[in-house]
Design a protein around this ligand. Structure first.
Ligand SMILES: Nc1ncnc2c1ncn2[C@@H]1O[C@H](COP(=O)(O)OP(=O)(O)OP(=O)(O)O)[C@@H](O)[C@H]1O
Ligand SMILES: [Mg+2]
Length: 232
């Protein structure tokens, strides 16, 4: 489903050039749950940004469903971001002066979904993450765990096949972290989606993944196949 070949992303000019991603080969099957581990600066977010269609590779190819993302024009890439992937960030990235409902509704507006269908889908998503009672709250009026639930709802409201998460529990206390992790796993299972989860936390990666990939200096150095994903 996802195939990276010699995927590279360089930043800066010749002398000070950083090889944030250095010729990565990676194959991810539909329904895989992949944990990506690695030290700070090893290239995890750079890889996720490419997978999310938020950035373009310097060299190599990245194919999703047989389409090379480098071949997509801006409009096609925007459509890919809207429909194929959902992204969850460590810092939630909600729009501050909008309600929970409006934050979740935004991807549907961008996708051109009409008003009544939008309302229906946002209500379902809010219910799914257990926040029906916070529908009119703005991010500052929500706890960290609740904000991340809104972000999860926003990420899944367009029913993406791939859920990308970059340290999704990094800003949460352990209780909120566990419940967000459980929620993501449940949703991925329900939708038979693919999960790619970046974390520093080995235990979290093991609990969530059937595959663990290690990154070091922009390269994949180790892969561990877990026959059964351990539970939390
Ligand atoms: N926009 C950029 N311009 C220049 N260098 C960058 C840019 N983005 C990332 N880098 C560099 O690329 C390398 C990989 O960064 P990346 O953010 O992917 O690391 P990471 O594994 O996600 O780290 P962390 O765990 O701290 O989030 C780092 O050395 C970083 O400084
Ligand atoms: Mg990062």
């Amino acid at each position: 489903m996802i195939q990276a070949r010699h995927l590279s992303r360089y930043f800066g000019e010749s002398t000070g050039r950083v090889k944030a991603l250095d010729r990565i080969d990676l194959d991810i099957q539909s329904g895989d749950r992949v944990g990506i581990l690695g030290r700070s600066g090893s290239g995890k977010t750079t890889l996720l940004n490419l997978l999310a269609g938020l950035d373009r590779p310097s060299e190599g190819t990245l194919e999703v469903h047989g389409r090379n993302l480098s071949d997509l024009n801006a409009a096609e890439l925007a459509q890919y971001r809207r429909e194929t992937v959902g992204v969850i960030f460590q810092s939630f990235q909600l729009i501050p002066n909008r309600t929970a409902f409006q934050n979740i509704e935004l991807p549907l507006i961008l996708a051109g979904i009409e008003h009544r269908e939008r309302k229906k889908r946002v209500d379902v998503a809010l219910q799914r993450v257990g926040l029906e009672h916070r529908i009119r709250h703005q991010p500052a009026q929500l706890s960290g765990g609740e904000q991340q639930r809104v972000a999860v709802a926003r990420a899944i409201v367009n029913r993406p096949q791939v859920l990308l998460a970059d340290e999704p529990t990094g800003n949460l206390d352990s209780q909120a972290a566990t419940s967000i992790t459980e929620l993501m796993l449940e949703i991925v299972n329900e939708n038979n989606a693919t999960l790619i989860l970046i974390t520093h936390d080995h235990q979290l990666a093991e609990a969530c993944s059937n595959r663990i990939v290690q990154m070091k200096d922009g390269q994949l150095v180790d892969e561990q196949n877990l026959s059964v994903g351990a539970s939390l």
